[in-house]
Design a protein around this ligand. Structure first.
Ligand SMILES: [Zn+2]
Length: 449
């Protein structure tokens, strides 16, 4: 190394040392400013990283959820199969509104002759019903121009699925019905807020709850009779699959309520091909008249003296008002013959039914009449005679319901209604035997629980 080079290096070294000294000096003077600057930079970097991480996780979660269901998943599968050069492809298609099998198959470039063959095969077996939201598994084989169907699988209802398989140039259609086992179950609970929520808590299926409420509809006013702590019990049929998953429900065999310090137990009984519910004494639960000829209504004004909402002065309200949305169906509270179905005074659209020589019921303010409801027509209990409205002298949609006993309007809610038929003779004997069988089974099922 030459002398000049060493001097040069030495000079650079000295300048560098001076510069470092200057910088250290600067730091000593403006130390705090520098630290502050460092902290700002640190926080900025931190914030950016944090945001990135968050964004990434959210995306990942969203992606994973939709990914498994989406067509993208199928695309990936197809991508893999394309790479291994397989002509077979599998798709899971979710049926959309207004889809037909024909439309769907066209999306996968299936030829018309092929589509027609499949369509006629499944129509012949009455298995062509597909519904929106259902999944169709499709396996195709790629050909030169159009694709071929290898197999097709879909379900037509909760327990029936269909498999279409190609065999040479024909299609075999197989209907697969899930084998369900009938199971009997007893569930009970005390009522906290209302029957519905307490029954759901007990694990009872919604359609069984509705059925239960219908059975007791003649005896219990679910809006007003029920108190916290009242009890109910229901013994009914369930249909379960191999994994013990409930796929369907059957009938209610026994139902019991403890309301108003009274226990009322009802038994399903079939005789002469007629099925109904009877109490321990063999008395039918169906009364000649219903207390509330409307479902899901709120009693808004009871029978008695009140300030009339339109006329303003005190007047005897000679009926019971049930508030309900316009269009809510109104039922005939008992079987009988229609006396009137027309516009009538302040009642607006009005229907009256003569049930027997003692009782007439009347319904006012309807928005419209039920199908086929006119004077002289015979109706059965529960038939829809009209729909809630606000016609006539009315301040809002409600049903004005009157019970007329021997030509005098009476309070329908206080009425001791004559009960339906009582089983006699042979029917009664059979009922007693059936009832004991039900009681024995009930005790057994309660113990299992
Ligand atoms: Zn009224």
């Amino acid at each position: 190394m030459s002398q000049a080079r060493i001097t040069n290096l030495l000079n650079i070294f000295i300048t560098l040392k001076k510069k470092i000294a200057l910088f250290v000096n600067f730091l000593n003077k403006k130390k705090y400013l520098f630290y502050f600057f460092l902290i700002v930079v640190f926080f900025f970097v931190y914030a950016v990283i944090l945001n990135q991480i968050k964004l990434h996780t959210e995306l990942k979660e969203n992606n994973l959820n939709s990914f498994l269901k989406s067509n993208e998943f199928n695309n990936v599968k197809n991508f893999i199969s394309e790479n291994i050069k397989s002509p077979y492809k599998e798709y899971n298609y979710i049926v959309q509104n207004n889809d037909t099998l024909e439309k769907i198959l066209k999306k996968y470039n299936i030829g018309n002759t092929e589509i027609n063959k499949i369509a006629s095969a499944i129509i012949k077996k009455k298995l062509s019903n597909i519904y929106a939201g259902a999944e169709i598994k499709i396996v195709t084989k790629e050909e030169k121009e159009t694709n071929k169907i290898i197999s097709l699988a879909y379900s037509v209802d909760a327990i029936t699925s269909v498999e279409v398989k190609r065999s040479k140039d024909k299609f075999n259609v197989a209907k697969i019905v899930l084998k369900l086992k009938k199971k009997e179950i007893v569930l009970s609970n005390s009522i906290k807020n209302n029957l519905y929520s307490s029954a759901i808590k007990a694990g009872i299926e919604p359609n069984i709850i509705v059925e239960f409420a219908n059975i007791f509809g003649f005896e219990v006013d679910f809006q007003r009779d029920i108190r916290t702590g009242d009890m109910f019990e229901v013994y009914y049929e369930q249909y379960v699959d191999d994994e013990n998953v409930v796929k369907n429900t059957g009938k209610i065999i026994y139902a019991s309520m403890f309301v108003n310090n009274k226990e009322l137990s009802l038994y399903n009984f079939k005789y002469d091909n007629k099925e109904g519910y009877y109490d321990v004494d063999g008395k039918s639960v169906i009364k000649t008249l219903m207390k509330t000829p409307i479902n899901g209504a709120r009693l808004s004004s009871s029978f008695g003296l009140r300030k009339h909402p339109i006329l303003g002065y005190n007047k005897l309200h000679q009926g019971t008002d049930f508030a309900a949305p316009t269009g809510t169906p109104i039922m005939a509270s008992g079987s009988g013959i229609i006396l009137r179905a027309q516009k009538y005074k302040g009642y607006g659209n009005y229907v009256s039914i003569k049930h027997n020589s003692t009782y007439i019921t009347a319904y006012g303010h309807m928005s419209k009449f039920g199908k086929g409801i006119r004077k002289g027509v015979r109706v059965n209990q529960g038939r829809i005679i009209g729909y809630v409205g606000s016609t006539g002298m009315s301040t809002g949609p409600h049903l004005h319901y009157e019970v007329i006993k021997n030509k005098k309007r009476v309070n329908s809610q206080r009425l001791k209604l004559p009960s339906g038929k009582i089983l006699n003779n042979e029917a009664r004997n059979k009922f007693e035997v059936d009832r004991i069988k039900i009681d024995v089974k009930l005790a057994e099922l309660r113990r299992i629980k």
